[in-house]
Write a protein of this length. Structure first.
Length: 242
């Protein structure tokens, strides 16, 4: 029985290990150096280096002095901006932690302690996803912003679906009578996990499109340029030895 439990848990791990984040971090395109003012013509002239704030200011058109709008670090105050910032704060506050992600991706190596740790973490993650889905579903949406309401409902349902996968993996169930029956059960969960992963890509594209339409900046929690300029480096990076 112990071996079968470990087998199910090990297989379950491979199905959902990649489904523990909201969206990938947003970063500048490869090769983009927004802080460099050296060109081939003046490379050897050693010009005085500008501060990060001055360099960013020089990149912003005069008609838009504070870098507001879509894909910028700041956005003009609006109902949509308030909604997105509240959405980001709620979403990221209930995401799996770095420790959670490590545990959910750890190989069991036939160790019961690791199975127990994985089950506890999966239960916590499922609970947080349920809470997040409920918060999103009941959050107020500004008037005349129907696309935001549609997106909100889709995200709420998506988090409910993610929670259900974890709950099914850890809930007690009668032991499979045959290997084929066990494989069918795992295939059903695997198909659901694949569907959720596919939906994640579509929802991410929808998120980017709506931020563009409503001229809203990217999430502060994943905007590396904003974190650098505002000196808000993530805690796990600040803690690294120098």
């Amino acid at each position: 029985m112990k071996t079968k439990t470990l087998l199910i848990a090990t297989t379950a791990l491979s199905l959902v290990a990649g489904c523990v984040t909201l969206f990938p971090a947003y970063a500048a395109p490869n090769g983009m150096d927004v802080f460099s003012n050296v060109t081939p013509g003046n490379r050897n002239q050693n010009p005085p280096r500008k501060s990060a704030a001055d360099q960013i200011a020089s990149m912003i058109p005069a008609a838009n002095p504070i870098g507001q709008g879509s894909m910028a670090m700041m956005s003009t105050t609006s109902p949509a901006l308030t909604w997105f910032e509240n959405f980001d704060n709620v979403s990221f506050s209930l995401m799996p932690t770095d420790t959670d992600r490590i545990i959910l991706k750890t190989n069991f190596n036939q160790e019961a302690e690791r199975v127990i740790a994985w089950s506890k973490t999966a239960s916590k993650v499922a609970h947080n996803y349920r809470v997040l889905a409920k918060k999103l579903k009941t959050a107020p949406v500004p008037p005349n912003h129907a696309p935001l309401k549609e997106y909100q409902n889709l995200m709420s349902a998506w988090y409910d679906d993610k929670a259900a996968v974890y709950e099914d993996l850890i809930r007690p169930r009668p032991p499979a009578r045959t290997i084929e029956e066990l494989q069918d059960q795992l295939k059903e969960i695997n198909d659901r996990a694949d569907s959720i992963a596919s939906q994640q890509k579509e929802l991410h594209a929808m998120d980017m499109h709506l931020r563009d339409v409503y001229h809203v900046h990217q999430p502060r929690q994943t905007d590396k340029l904003w974190q650098y300029v505002s000196n808000q480096t993530p805690n796990h990076i600040q803690a690294l030895p120098k």
